[in-house]
Write a protein of this length. Sequence first.
Length: 444
Amino acid sequence: MRELAAAALLLLALAVGALAPTLWRDDPVGSALGPGRPIASGPLATVATASFAPVSWKAKDHGSGYLICGATDNWSRPSLAEQNAHLASDPRYARMRADDPASEASAPFRANAVFYDGSSIQMRVDLVALTGLWTDPHIGGNAVGCTSLEPQVWLIGYAPTKYRSDDRDYAYLDVVPAPGYHMVILTGTLRPYVVVATSVKLAVLEIPTTNTAPAATLEAKPTEPPVYTLRPINDPPRDLVLPTGCHILGASAHQDSLGATWTVQCGSAQANLSVALAAMKQGWAHLGGPPIGVGMQAYEKGNVTMQLAYRLDGPAYADSFQLVQYWRPFSAGGPASPSPLAYLRVPTGFDLPAGCVWRDAPAGFTPDGAYKLPFECPGVAPDQVEGLFTRAITSQGWHEVTNVRGTLDWAKADLRLAFGVVLTKSGAAGGLPWVVEALCCFAP
């Protein structure tokens, strides 16, 4: 009787074991979000030998366009020495080295995002070995449990937050830094390329045509050229006419063909900074962040984002500057303040009266966040400085204006100028004088 009971238990165990793959395959999505399933015989053995029939995960994404099917938070990539030792121990990869840029094992080991077709066993084995994921004891269960009809992006050091595919050629997977790795199944509309990005681009992954949706299911192609067509690099910046006198000294394309950088010189600090004003007059929106004159600003017009980057040392704004365009959405902050004033940190449109000199540190800030630029006029009584300054800028073409806020006192073309003094401890005027210069009134 005892032998019969033991035999029954053995048969029950064998039956459960035989059903295990089926049970795993039908697990709800939530069960794949845990730490994974440890495999007693080793993760690579399971990755290499187990094969579930691919299934579609589209119905489980709740309309988000993606889902995380497997993740491990407490994993970190092995050291370079450990990775090379692992490659050398496997005949399939013994000829490769992760520290050799010419080796096909180099890029995957440093990648933050890799593409996986979702079901190919050999591709899965290669990715696990070459990315360093072989050190995770749960990789076998995670990888096999994620078998899918849809393509995947394996994120290392990042987690997904949003998937967008409103462009005909590019889909975008927004991510944020996160520990470990995340296996992400793309269940939304597929495009030929997937851009993985935080505030900067991390990777551009090409999706094989076998994974993209049939042409009949894609939106009708627009009759006009697609937004992200790369033009010859000797063309001027897109949707921007540089002011007269500006010259392009050089240009280079971004490696992903989604942008370019131009080196520009307009002749002087004032002329160089006039590019910002020209851009805003041509419909470019100044994005939130540093005001004009702090070295770098970001602008947006339609699906194109632009940055202007000026030097802050040596020749500073008078030196040539970089104009960078991204022909894709770029996370650079929302629209700037609706105030029509873009304050400058350096004086460009006027000279101080003879004998007066600039001080080093700002004298404070206006309510709009502008730097108050202090100066002093040795030998001139405090109550005489304003008259001296007024006569000097009037002779330079500035004229007096009235502003309802009572802060902007003079105008010259598209420049505005405010004057004030740093109050003494008693609250009376008589401290250092200061000015604020601004680009104004740039609506088309």
